[in-house]
Structures are given as structure tokens and as C-alpha cells.
Design a protein around this ligand. Structure first.
Ligand code: ADP
Ligand code: MG
Length: 484
């Protein structure tokens, strides 16, 4: 660990390359379904296998998603882009090259505002994913270990989003990555699951003396599959580089792998330069012309972005914190929006969602969509409370006991269990009178100055009525009868 004083001598420079798997129905250049968890090598048309003589056909849905993402990231969508071959040799890349975009990507010159600071997005381009190697361990035959190739993932569309080297701390990098994930999820192009690898991040990190204008040599860290791992990996890498430089050494440009168990990075390979890939235009695909009309059609379908949602929630009176918490959980935010649309009181809805509902979801490790609660039913419950038919407490009780778990309607439960609030003044007054008569010692103490016994009497009345008495009315009569 490098101490803070040493840290302060250096400025950290970070740029992220994020791969987002696009949720298209089929692969980017082949008709195979783009789905996860199938029998190995079952989604492998001759195109996916890279058989000689086959031709790729560009999937329009992937292009639409690329444009939508580009617009959400404030990018320009040039009127022409093209595809290129990037040569690699990997066992899970049968063609011996990846179709990607090199000098004419689909999106350029974007940015995201992260905590008030603008982080530039250099470009975002479409490409195909490779297959997967399954390392099977010792085989028992020759005693050697071996690997299996599963090409189901080969040809899955990816959008690679490349940032400018604009980030200056691990926290900033994490916040940028989190916002990127929110965006691709809300616009519906990627499920944003880091653990399952549907969103992957390479972090480029360098250090330079504070005040310097010239960036240091960067190392690229791969294999981070959570936000906290990203932050840890960057912190580790900053220290590693500072130690090298302080010892009079030089950071080498290389690709390093993060190991989240040992919490360190280790060298994987020297970093290739672009010329090593021998990029050249993909001869089997025409350059793609994207008309302004096409772009505008897609812009018109843009759903509300996370930043706008946060602002809207705050304008409804939510704190910045609450607005963030809801937006981070997309299922909950969409549920909340539906409840608002159905006309529920926003404050009451937030109290339920941030309170009882969130606690229940956390405790049971589930998402709101996995419960039986519907926006319609929650709205009805809120309306019953607003009208005074039931008390807030009864509302909370039936929400958890009957609505989330059994999917029942609030009005049915209230009727079945006789839970409607007693607002009849005469009836409440009678009960208060009864409680006062039953507790002479407390009455005396109250009259002797222990006025905080008011809560005791109110509590007794609520108990007697199983929480159904209107609390304001109870309060009023307890005071009146004790003091009158
Ligand atoms: P490659 O594909 O070879 O990794 P790219 O230029 O596509 O190269 O991506 C480089 C990434 O590294 C970008 O996100 C960029 O912001 C970042 N980067 C470039 N130079 C530095 C540097 N000196 N320090 C940190 N990050 C850098
Ligand atoms: Mg890279």
C-alpha cells in the first residue's frame, strides 16, 4: 500500500472500454438465436462456425440498438459507418478474425455527465463476440488438463463504448460505469449483468506527476466483473504503478488480469498496437448508410433516461438519495412510474416503496417483479388510506401479509377481515371512555402531571380496536375526556 502523501504526488488517468452485449433476438451476422444457457454448440449455423464461403448478413436490430445507445450517450451518428476485420488467433474464434468497426464506427464524440463532470466518449462501435472456452481440468486420460470450445456465444452483438481518458479516480470510474449500465438497461439494449458477463469492462490506467501534461504509459486491466472489483482493481493498479516509478522503473504497456480472490493484477500479455491486428475493411459487408430520418425515428423512441428520471423524482419531492436508490433498481422504478401513472399519491407511494416494500425485497433477495404485488393493487391500497377507509398501519400490515405474498386486492382484504377504519366519533368516544374507566391509576397519574401517559391511553384504544380507530379522533377524545 502506497501512503497518501506519495499518492498525492501523482495524478491518475483512467479510460474505460466497456463491452455491452446487445439483447437482439438473433446474432449480429447470423440467424442463430441470441440466447443464453443452451446446450453447448447448439446455436451454430455455418456462419457462426466460420465455414468457408458463407456470407455475413448485418442484423438491423443490432444497428437500431447501436444508434439508440449512441443517442443516449450524446454521440453523433455519422451518416456512414463500415465494418472491418480484426485478426486474432483464438481457439474460440474459428474465422481467425473478428468483424468489428475500426476507423468509421457507428457512434462518435459523445459524453456523459457524472456528478457534474463531463466524461468524453470517444466512440462506440458494433462488433461480434467470440465463443467461450470451457476449462475442464484434468481429463483422466493422459492426466492432462483440456479445454472445450462452446461457440453459442460467437456472433453475439456487442457495442464497445470507449471513453476518453477523462477519469481521475477509481470512484469516478465506478460512477461512470454504473451510469453506463443504468443507461443501457433503461433503453433496453443490454441487461447490464456484470457477474454474467453481459457487460464487461477493460480499465486503462496510468499515472503522471501532478501538474504534468503528458500522460504516462497505461496498463489495461481485464477481468473485472463487479463494480467493487473495478474499484479495487484500479486502486491496486495505481499503487503498483507508483511503486514502479518511485523505484526508478518504468510502467510497461500491457494487458493485466485482475484476480479478485488474491486482489492483485498480473500480467497477461504485452499490449498489441492497432497495427498488430492488420485491420482491413470487411469485404463481405457494404458500408452502412444511416439516413437522418432513420436516426430521428430511433430518437423518437428514446425512453426516459436515468438522469431525467432522477430529476423528475426529485421534483416530486423525493430526496436526491431516495431518487438514486429507486433509479438504481430499474424494476422498482418502472413499478413506481406505473403507480404514479395510475394516480396514487406520490409521497405515500414513496414511503411504501422505500419502506416496507424495499425491506421485504431485500430480506427475501427478490425483485418486485417476482412478487405478486401489482401497481394497480398498490394504488388501490394507497387510495384507501388517502380516503381514510383504513389507517396507514393497517395498510402496511395487509401490504406485507396479504398483498405481496398472496396477490390479494386491498379492498377484498379490508372487507373480509373487517379492517376498515372506525371514524364514527360516537363509537370512538365510547371506547375511549371505557379505557379511561378501566385504568383509574393511570388517570390519576396523568392528572398529577404525567401527561406523557397520553400515548398509553391512545395505545390502549388502538389495541381495543385492532388498530382500526382513526388516530386523530382517538387523540382528540383522550385529551378531551382526561382534561375535561
Ligand atoms: P485499445 O483498443 O488498443 O485498447 P483504444 O484507443 O481503443 O485502444 O482504447 C484506449 C482506452 O484507453 C481509451 O478508453 C482511452 O481513454 C484510454 N487511454 C488512452 N491513453 C491512456 C492513458 N495514458 N492512461 C489511461 N487511459 C488511457
Ligand atoms: Mg483496449
Amino acid at each position: 500500500m502506497v501512503d497518501q502523501e506519495l499518492r498525492d504526488k501523482y495524478e491518475v488517468v483512467i479510460g474505460l472500454e466497456v463491452h455491452a452485449q446487445l439483447k437482439t433476438k438473433t446474432k449480429i451476422f447470423a440467424p442463430d438465436p441470441n440466447i443464453f444457457g443452451q446446450e453447448p454448440n447448439s446455436l451454430t449455423s455455418p456462419i457462426t462456425l466460420g465455414m468457408p464461403g458463407v456470407l455475413p448478413v448485418l442484423n438491423k436490430e443490432a444497428v437500431n440498438m447501436g444508434i439508440l445507445a449512441g443517442l443516449a450517450l450524446n454521440c453523433e451518428i455519422p451518416s456512414r459507418c463500415k465494418f472491418d476485420r480484426k485478426q486474432y488467433f483464438y481457439p474460440d474464434l474459428p474465422k481467425g478474425y473478428q468483424i468489428s468497426q475500426y476507423d468509421e464506427p457507428i457512434c462518435i464524440n459523445g459524453y456523459l455527465n457524472i456528478n457534474g463532470k463531463r466524461i468524453g466518449i470517444t466512440r462506440a462501435h458494433l462488433e461480434e463476440d467470440a465463443g467461450k472456452l470451457v476449462h475442464a481440468g484434468a481429463d483422466g486420460l493422459a492426466g492432462s488438463s483440456y479445454s472445450l470450445v462452446d461457440l453459442n456465444r460467437a456472433g453475439t452483438p456487442l457495442l464497445e463504448i470507449v471513453s476518453e481518458p477523462d477519469m481521475r479516480s477509481s470512484e469516478e470510474a465506478r460512477n461512470y460505469m454504473e451510469e453506463l449500465r443504468n443507461i443501457v438497461r433503461y433503453i433496453g439494449v443490454c441487461d447490464g449483468n456484470l457477474e454474467e458477463g453481459s457487460m464487461r469492462c477493460d480499465a486503462n490506467i496510468s499515472i503522471m506527476p501532478k501538474g504534468s501534461k503528458e500522460f504516462g504509459t497505461r496498463a489495461e486491466i481485464k477481468n473485472v466483473n463487479s463494480f467493487s472489483a473495478l474499484q479495487r482493481a484500479i486502486e491496486y493498479e495505481i499503487d503498483r504503478q507508483i511503486e514502479i516509478v518511485e523505484d526508478g522503473g518504468q510502467v510497461v504497456q500491457e494487458t493485466r488480469l485482475w484476480d479478485d480472490n488474491s486482489r492483485e493484477t498480473r500480467s497477461m500479455r504485452g499490449k498489441e498496437d492497432a497495427h498488430d491486428y492488420r485491420y482491413f475493411p470487411e469485404p463481405d459487408l457494404m458500408p452502412l448508410e444511416i439516413s437522418r430520418q432513420w436516426v430521428e425515428e430511433i430518437r423518437a423512441k428514446m425512453p426516459e433516461l436515468p438522469s431525467a428520471k432522477r430529476e423528475r423524482y426529485q421534483s416530486l419531492g423525493l430526496s436526491e438519495y431516495d431518487a438514486n436508490v429507486i433509479v438504481e433498481q430499474m424494476g422498482l422504478a418502472l413499478f413506481f412510474d406505473k403507480v404514479l401513472e395510475l394516480g396514487a399519491n406520490p409521497k405515500t407511494a414513496v414511503n411504501f416503496i422505500m419502506g416496507e416494500i424495499s425491506a421485504y425485497l431485500k430480506e427475501n433477495h427478490i425483485e418486485i417483479t417476482e412478487t405478486k404485488l401489482t401497481p394497480e393493487n398498490l394504488t388501490e391500497l394507497i387510495n384507501l388510506i388517502e380516503k381514510g377507509t383504513i389507517s396507514n398501519n393497517i395498510g402496511k400490515q395487509i401490504l406485507i401479509e396479504d398483498m405481496i405474498t398472496n396477490g390479494e386486492k386491498a379492498s377484498d382484504i379490508v372487507e373480509k377481515k373487517g379492517l376498515s377504519q372506525i371514524s364514527d366519533e360516537g363509537a370512538i368516544k365510547e371506547i375511549v371512555q371505557k379505557i379511561i374507566e378501566a385504568n383509574p391509576a393511570q388517570v390519576e397519574a396523568y392528572k398529577g402531571g404525567k401527561t406523557n401517559l397520553l400515548g398509553f391511553f391512545v395505545g390502549q384504544v388502538m389495541k381495543e380496536t385492532q388498530g382500526r380507530a382513526n388516530p386523530q379522533t382517538v387523540n382528540k377524545f383522550v385529551k378531551e375526556l382526561l382534561e375535561g
